[in-house]
Design a protein around this ligand. Structure first.
Ligand code: CA
Length: 333
């Protein structure tokens, strides 16, 4: 038992939610759980109550599909603005905003900021995060299928395979491409002036990128899968940001199947894997991932299929269990 396991324990935060994919916190640090089928539930006194129902707008979900409601983000300063990221009834991406009036979102006043055609049902990205500059950042996957057949990751005129920046302080902003060369960055987060991206891998490698908060960086997909050439035997990796941490995936032979990017708390970056339910952390130091720790034992009998991690406004980390329909909070005992 690593010594660090003694310093954290996982306590049940809320249960009885259906296929949860995110836990988020508003300006007042009140918690909300987003369900993939389209409901956002407010957690009040340990109970989850429907707060915003987008079921009629989002793609009907099935099995372990990658569509539906994907994330929710509360404006960091304005308590009357909430943003959502989902795939619609046609399977296309929508990022929109609802005004919050007297604590309730006005469902009829949806403002659509972005729509994006999706060529395949998978790799829709998901994350919605406010950056240190106050703009809203969102992740779009490479469009799907396998291997990025359309070459979207490296196509500077496609929004797919990118992280986009949206200045929501102006009424009529258009999204700009902020980072490229990503396969399916389901979850990314900011910590100070750094971005941490969990980029879900193809045949061999799950990847975590850590980079300065700076526009125009290219993370290599699909020339590279993590640090390896993807299709060609040799390739030119010049100009691509190399991952700081990778692990093997694939067919139960690897360590997992899909990285779930997480959050930094007290200097540790926590992340998980969708299949294995593993929860791990590292510290980012001078371009390297160091002090790797395995927290998976905290989840024994508690969660399976981790879909997301959360961080509240005081810095505590949460684990979202998809199959178990529950959220756990990591606390110091
Ligand atoms: Ca990469």
């Amino acid at each position: 038992v690593p010594a660090s396991e003694l310093a954290l324990t996982a306590v049940l935060f809320v249960s009885g939610v259906q296929k949860p994919i995110a836990v988020r916190f508003d300006v007042e640090n009140a918690a909300y759980v987003a369900e993939q089928a389209g409901k956002i539930k407010a957690v009040r006194g340990g109970k989850a109550v429907v707060w915003l129902d987008l079921t009629s707008k989002v793609t009907k979900i099935w099995g372990y599909s990658e569509q539906g409601l994907l994330d929710v983000a509360f404006h960091p300063k304005d308590p009357e603005r909430v943003f959502v990221h989902y795939t619609d009834r046609q399977g296309d991406t929508v990022v929109s905003e609802f005004p919050i009036e007297k604590g309730k979102p006005a469902v009829s006043k949806e403002k659509i900021w972005l729509t994006q055609k999706q060529p395949y049902s998978n790799h829709n990205g998901g994350s919605l995060e406010f950056g240190p500059d106050g703009a809203l950042y969102l992740a779009l996957g490479d469009g799907g299928s396998g291997g990025d057949p359309q070459g979207n990751g490296q196509n500077p005129s496609s929004r797919l395979g990118k992280i986009l920046r949206l200045d929501v302080s102006k009424d009529d902003s258009a999204p700009e491409i902020w980072a490229s060369g990503l396969r399916n960055p389901w979850r990314f987060s900011f910590d100070g002036r750094m971005i941490y991206i969990g980029d879900v891998g193809q045949d061999r490698w799950e990847e975590i990128d850590v980079a300065p908060f700076k526009a125009g960086q290219n993370f290599g997909w699909n020339v590279l899968e993590a640090a390896e050439c993807f299709k060609a035997k040799t390739c030119d990796s010049k100009g691509f940001v190399a991952p700081v941490h990778v692990y093997r995936n694939g067919g139960g032979k690897g360590e997992g199947c899909s990285v779930i990017g997480g959050h930094v708390s007290e200097g540790r970056y926590f992340y998980a894997d969708w299949c294995s339910g593993e929860l791990r952390s590292f510290r980012y130091q001078k371009g390297k991932a160091v002090d790797h720790e395995d927290w998976s034992a905290l989840g024994a009998g508690k969660w399976s299929q981790v879909s997301s991690l959360g961080r509240d406004r005081r810095g505590a980390v949460y684990v979202v269990g998809y199959d178990t329909g529950s959220v756990y909070k990591l606390v110091r005992p």
